[in-house]
Design a protein around this ligand. Structure first.
Ligand code: SIN
Ligand code: CO
Length: 384
């Protein structure tokens, strides 16, 4: 199955961005022809048994008496045959085929994508009508589900049928369809939606990240503090006499604001901050550190074997800052690069597996060897 092809029908990514992205919900029937689940229900249940993986089961067995249980789960027998959904976060960090579901969405930068949440729902299972603050593409996997999506509406009331479950009151749907394997639903932020399973059904939700202003400011402040970069003090050598000593003048306010903004205008620091912030995974990654560090000599040894593949760990978020191109960011970690290492850095960021021959060609330059070994030693890439 070639998952990389998204059949847009009459649309194109450009038209989608102009007409739907952050504006209107959309259902594309058969966007992925011949779609097959990238993970089985049993494998999903296995992930929900792991402590480092976030999972929950939402059930509504007594019609209106919603329950939420949080993983890790030991067994699922108590939930019966219907009225519940298992939701597992960041499945793409643990399942390579699920991570490949991100490829069709690479018309949007990788940093904007958060993770792939996978749900398994039994008949009548769902989390109820609700809003999300983030854009989401939901791919229908096996089974059928009725999806309803409405427009933002301030008259909807918030319901809290369980302390861990926020829902909204009934809404007028703009989309009301039964989705089948390969259908793709796009839901912009704050659009009420409700998915109710018709039969056992698997959904893959490609969720986006949109940092809030307060999250950005708070992380930026952390960066300043951690690196002792904000220790300079306000100065005002050109101060004039004031006749209103209790006022904080407009001019003083402007100067203080400018003093603060100087930090944001420090390009090098801003690039480091934003690259680290946007590539940091919000969920555990399966880092694959070598038992002992790989140095140049050991890498040469490894490369004497012909059929080695160098692979990124699943779900890794990577980026290179445009223009300056002095840093490769992997999961919030900084790797300094220059003209000589840029080609390798692009491949590492692009996350295409590298063959022995490719690595050998880079290995003629010591800086490339050092970049690759440090990425391997941190466990972001591994040798298969
Ligand atoms: C689900 O797959 O059950 C929930 C997806 C969502 O509504 O965000
Ligand atoms: Co939702």
């Amino acid at each position: 199955m070639n998952i990389a092809t998204l059949n847009w029908g009459d649309l194109t990514p450009e038209l989608f961005l102009a007409q739907y992205w952050q504006k209107k919900p959309l259902l594309i029937k058969q966007a992925f022809k011949g779609f097959e689940d990238t993970i089985t229900a049993d494998e999903l249940a296995g992930l929900a048994m792991e402590t480092e993986i976030e999972s929950r089961i939402v059930s509504d067995n007594n019609h209106g008496d919603w329950q939420v249980d949080h993983g890790p789960f030991e067994d699922f027998s108590q939930y019966g045959e219907s009225n519940w959904t298992l939701l597992v976060q960041a499945v793409n960090n643990w399942s390579g085929p699920t991570n490949n579901l991100l490829t069709p969405f690479s018309f949007i930068p990788r940093w904007r994508i958060d993770d792939v949440m996978v749900s398994f729902s039994t008949p009548n299972g769902g989390v109820g009508a609700h809003l999300d603050q983030y854009d989401v593409f939901i791919i229908q996997g096996s089974g059928k589900r009725r999806w309803q999506v409405g427009a933002p509406n301030n008259n909807l009331s918030t319901l809290l049928p369980h302390p861990d479950l926020k829902q909204v009151s009934a809404f007028e749907p703009l989309i009301d369809e039964i989705t089948e394997a390969g259908d793709l639903l796009y839901i912009p932020p704050n659009h009420p939606h409700n998915g109710v399973s018709i039969e056992n059904s698997v959904n893959f939700s490609v969720g986006f990240q949109a940092p809030s202003s307060q999250e950005l400011w708070s992380s930026f402040a952390d960066k300043l503090i951690d690196n002792n970069l904000g220790e300079q003090r306000f100065s005002d050598a050109t101060r004039q006499v004031t006749t209103a000593s209790t006022l904080i003048s407009k001019d003083d306010q402007q100067q203080l604001k400018a003093f603060m903004l100087e930090q944001l205008d420090n390009t090098e620091m801003f690039e480091q901050f934003i690259g680290q912030y946007l590539t940091q995974s919000h969920h555990a990654l399966e880092l694959l550190m070598p038992v002992t560090d790989i140095d140049e000599e050991k890498l040469a040894d490894i490369l004497s074997e012909p059929e080695i593949l160098f692979m990124p760990v699943s779900g890794l978020k990577a980026a290179i800052i445009d223009e300056s191109k002095t840093t490769l960011f992997l999961n919030g970690d900084i790797f300094h690069i220059d003209e000589q290492t840029l080609s390798l850095a692009k491949l590492l960021a692009g996350q295409t597996p590298l063959t022995t021959n490719q690595v050998k060609s880079f290995n003629t330059c010591l800086k490339n060897t050092q970049l690759l070994t440090s990425v391997l030693n941190k466990g972001y890439w591994y040798i298969e």
